[in-house]
Design a protein around this ligand. Structure first.
Ligand code: SIN
Length: 282
């Protein structure tokens, strides 16, 4: 077995697939995490890019916020409705009345339109459809490394705009009422970013937010972005995760993309997520 254990043999980390991801057991996320366990989780997070904590019970909003803060200050979503009393929590909920999914129906990196986009996201699902509702993740280190050298060099010289108004406007409300007061973030980020901890390079564009490449004309920009969106979604870079009730997924937005499959309507799927603030991509 390729499993890894914490020094005291308590936490067990098993690779989920050669591409990315690992399943973590032996730790109850509702309890405070010791500094040794935190070091172990951070190391595994950098190694596997997405961790699936299994055998969990439903974490309270208060403990979810505290857990997220173990990894850094929390990010507040610019557009999604806030949970009462917990502005850092984004509630994920779809059921028979939902007209579209929870805003994750295409591959993306969370809120990449922010100047300092979130480092990572911690999502726990409490209600699952009887079947379906999986989440897919794609490894953007692998995508970068599989490019030819000339393509890597070409892309490394480019920055792209990540915008949000087209995506967020009206998505979480019935009309313009709430949206009117919203500021829709936008930012210019390198197409190839360096992970601040692993120092590895990853492709950093996605269909939701990346709108155009700085310095290229519209036709060139569209051509390259369409190519990259399709390329990054190559099945060879992906995994597909089937949730168990109360699993907590913790993904790295700096080197992965993810997509929630909305194949379960009219069944219900519900959970909560927090995101941890990141730094400016370089
Ligand atoms: C998200 O992008 O935060 C949602 C992912 C999911 O619902 O699986």
């Amino acid at each position: 077995m390729n499993e890894i254990k914490s020094l005291d043999n308590k936490i067990i980390v098993k690779p989920y697939s050669p591409n990315l991801g690992a399943v973590v057991t032996g730790i109850n996320l509702s309890n405070p995490i010791s500094s040794n366990d935190l070091i172990c989780i951070k190391n595994m997070f950098n190694k596997f890019q997405v961790l699936f904590f299994q055998e969990q019970s439903e974490i309270s909003p208060e403990n979810h916020v505290a857990l997220g803060k173990d990894f850094g200050p929390l990010h507040v979503h610019p557009a999604a409705p806030k949970m009462k009393g917990y502005p850092e929590i984004f509630e994920i909920h779809t059921d028979k009345n939902s007209k579209f999914s929870n805003g994750a129906e295409d591959f993306h990196s969370d809120v990449s339109c922010d100047l300092e986009p979130p480092l990572g996201t911690m999502l726990q699902l409490h209600i699952l459809p009887e079947y379906g509702g999986d989440t897919m993740f794609a490894n953007m280190y692998m995508a970068y490394e599989a490019l030819s050298k000339p393509m890597q060099i070409f892309l490394e010289g480019l920055n792209a705009f990540h915008e949000s108004e087209h995506f967020y406007k009206g998505r979480y409300t019935d009309g313009d009422k709430v949206d009117k007061n919203l500021q829709y973030p936008s930012a210019l980020h390198p197409i190839i970013r360096t992970h601040p901890e692993t120092k590895k390079k990853a492709i950093y564009v996605n269909r939701f937010f990346t709108t155009r490449i700085d310095g290229l004309n519209q036709q060139e920009s569209k051509l390259i972005l369409d190519y990259l969106f399709n390329y990054c979604e190559n099945i060879d870079f992906q995994i597909r995760y089937r949730w168990n009730k109360n699993d907590m997924a913790f993904w790295d937005n700096r080197c992965t993309l993810h997509k929630a499959i909305w194949d379960y309507h009219p069944m219900e799927r519900k959970g909560r997520r927090v995101t941890i603030k990141g730094t400016r991509p370089y």
